[in-house]
Design a protein around this ligand. Structure first.
Ligand SMILES: [Zn+2]
Ligand SMILES: [Zn+2]
Ligand SMILES: [Zn+2]
Length: 277
């Protein structure tokens, strides 16, 4: 299986849109891997996870043919993960040759945001209910779609909605995609996560050097969670360990994140990073 990290920043981007802090100033000066767009990933070039406003630039940058993607998992309705307006462009009027349907899975807030942005007067002449299906799912749901077996896991994130992280399986490989979440996972979530052995685990690292009590994670939280998963046999020496979804508020540069990871056999994701596992 392979994963490509298309975007690796938190909501404000990296450098952040309106920020002049030392981390953002460093990122602007250095460029390259210091420039991060909003979080999105694709598995085997076919299973898309999240749909941020940067999806368009990811398609350009990485030559993605999104008309071929049939499955989209959405973690939650925050704007860095869900910009539903752009899905109007899957209508035949804008997306010629985009055949079949795009099956979208997300919580009720994801569906509500989709309806609010798509079911508007201006788009009435281009209905997309025949080409985009939004399915409302809950934590604990298991989905079989296009050869994938997906488990939705309730995250420790914005309590105004049931944010989800995902276990994705195909061809004997299993990945845990854990963005956005903190470590205060419910017993139900832990039971789902620890029932698997992983080939790749991708954990939230929004808060960088800071340990935080929940909602997101910092590197001390990541280290604890990897340790716990290792003790339970869910992670072992063959598991690819990744940290992702970074904010300048974590007060670490890309180089510092990479150096921290190198000492612990953990990869700090960057935009465009591809991994085979
Ligand atoms: Zn986020
Ligand atoms: Zn900043
Ligand atoms: Zn979020």
């Amino acid at each position: 299986m392979n994963i490509r990290y298309l975007g690796t920043a938190a909501a404000e981007g990296w450098p952040a849109l309106f920020c002049s802090c030392p981390i953002c100033t460093h990122a602007r000066a250095q460029g390259g891997k210091n420039l991060r767009t909003r979080t999105q990933a694709i598995l085997n070039g076919e299973l898309l996870i999240d749909f941020p406003p940067d999806t368009y630039c990811h398609a350009l940058q990485y030559g993605l043919e999104l008309s071929k993607v049939r499955t989209l998992l959405v973690t939650h309705s925050h704007m860095d993960h869900w910009f539903p307006t752009d899905l109007i462009h899957r209508h035949e009027h804008f997306g010629h040759g985009a055949t079949g349907t795009l099956e979208v899975y997300g919580n009720q807030a994801v569906k509500d945001a989709f309806d609010a942005h798509i079911l508007i007067d201006r788009f009435q002449s281009h209905p997309i209910d025949g080409v985009v299906n939004v399915h409302v799912i809950c934590g604990g749901d298991r989905i079989q779609v296009n050869g994938w077996e997906i488990t939705a896991v309730p995250a420790d994130h914005d309590k105004r909605e049931e944010c989800l992280v995902y276990i994705c399986k195909k061809d004997g490989k299993t990945i845990f995609y854990g963005h956005d979440t903190g470590v205060n996972l419910s017993p139900r979530a832990w039971a789902l996560i620890t029932a698997e052995r992983y080939d790749l685990v991708s954990l939230d690292a929004t808060m960088g050097k800071k340990a935080v009590p929940g909602y997101h994670m910092g590197l001390p939280n990541d280290e604890d969670m990897f340790q716990r998963l290792t003790e339970l046999g869910c992670v072992d020496e063959h598991t690819v360990k990744v940290i992702n979804h970074f904010s300048h508020n974590g007060e670490m540069t890309h180089e510092q994140l990479t150096a921290w990871g190198a000492e612990r056999n953990i990869l700090a994701a960057y935009d465009g990073m591809g991994l085979e596992f």
